[in-house]
Design a protein around this ligand. Structure first.
Ligand code: HEC
Ligand code: HEC
Ligand code: HEC
Length: 211
């Protein structure tokens, strides 16, 4: 499906004027297909965990606020039928969690912004709709085959899920000083609370609250 769009002269991100040789405004009209915008590279639907982590990392949410990640994720993943309903529901949940409006208001604003960007209740689309098989944390992805149970037609099975080092070299992990302990041969993976034991990430990780 194709559509001819009116020439856009301002950048949708910064609202600045685009230079005359910018590909978007060269010529008199731009022909784009549905997939120019509605594609994974163009429109990455973050999981609620990723979206909240990004907000914490960039200072849009304050990591010092007690329980902020779990409260915001919990407010985002409640079932809502429309965006308007979601905006109200998110505000109510977070006001209950943080009774002081001075504390609650910026958190509500950011949670609603995350919702607007990554949830589309009217068309029933969010991170759960289209599994992302790059990786293996929130969906089994690579572990659909590299799980230690499947073999190739010639009987080969060179990589098992538990062979983290076949695909990763963990140079450092943790936070603060731990991140300075760089090991060129690679560290063993340490899960947040325990050394790695053979497990499938999707037994617990969903992209939203852990199972
Ligand atoms: C078959 C190759 C493969 C194996 C085996 C593998 N991984 Fe991964 N892993 C990936 C890929 C690909 C990604 C996604 C990288 C990206 O998104 O850029 C990933 C992502 C990750 C992430 C980041 C997840 C996130 O989204 O925050 C972690 C942590 C991780 N792997 C740990 C492990 C551990 C621990 C093991 C061993 C138990 C392991 N991996 C085994 C390929 C593998
Ligand atoms: C549909 C099954 C399937 C999926 C899904 C899959 N692989 Fe594989 N992969 C294979 C097979 C089959 C082989 C060849 C046999 C082997 O080496 O285990 C292979 C081999 C590999 C190899 C070794 C290549 C070599 O030359 O030795 C790497 C690295 C690898 N896969 C990474 C990944 C990563 C990363 C993902 C996830 C993004 C992934 N695979 C997902 C089936 C799969
Ligand atoms: C037995 C349940 C369980 C399994 C299995 C599990 N995790 Fe976790 N993981 C958790 C819990 C609980 C947390 C802490 C909650 C949080 O911080 O969101 C966590 C936190 C994490 C985090 C830091 C927070 C985040 O969500 O980014 C990473 C990275 C992670 N796990 C990666 C993995 C990978 C990779 C695997 C598979 C190799 C895995 N986990 C398997 C339960 C599990």
């Amino acid at each position: 499906m194709c559509a001819v769009f009116r020439v856009i002269r301002r950048c949708s991100q910064c609202d600045g004027e685009l230079p005359p040789n910018h590909p978007v405004i060269r010529g008199s009209a731009v022909i784009v297909s549905t997939l120019d915008c509605h594609s994974r590279p163009a429109h990455k639907l973050h999981t609620p965990n990723e979206a909240v982590d990004l907000a914490l990392l960039t200072g849009r949410l304050d990591p010092k606020t007690p329980w902020v990640k779990s409260k915001v994720v919990a407010a985002l993943v409640k079932p809502y039928a429309t965006k308007a309903e979601a905006e109200k529901g998110i505000a109510n949940s977070l006001r209950e969690a943080y009774p002081d409006p001075a504390q609650a208001n910026p958190i509500i604003k950011e949670a609603q912004a995350i919702y607007r960007e990554h949830f589309f209740p009217e068309v029933k689309v969010d991170w759960r709709t289209y599994p992302d098989f790059v990786g293996h944390k929130n969906w089994n992805g690579c572990f659909r085959c590299h799980d230690g149970k499947h073999v190739a037609a010639d009987g080969k099975m060179s990589i098992k899920a538990s062979d983290c080092r076949s695909c990763h070299l963990i140079l450092a992990q943790g936070s603060g000083e731990a991140l300075e302990q760089i090991n060129a041969k690679g560290h063993d993976f340490i899960h947040i609370d325990a050394p790695y034991a053979e497990f499938s990430c999707v037994d617990c990780h969903t992209g939203g609250p852990q199972k």
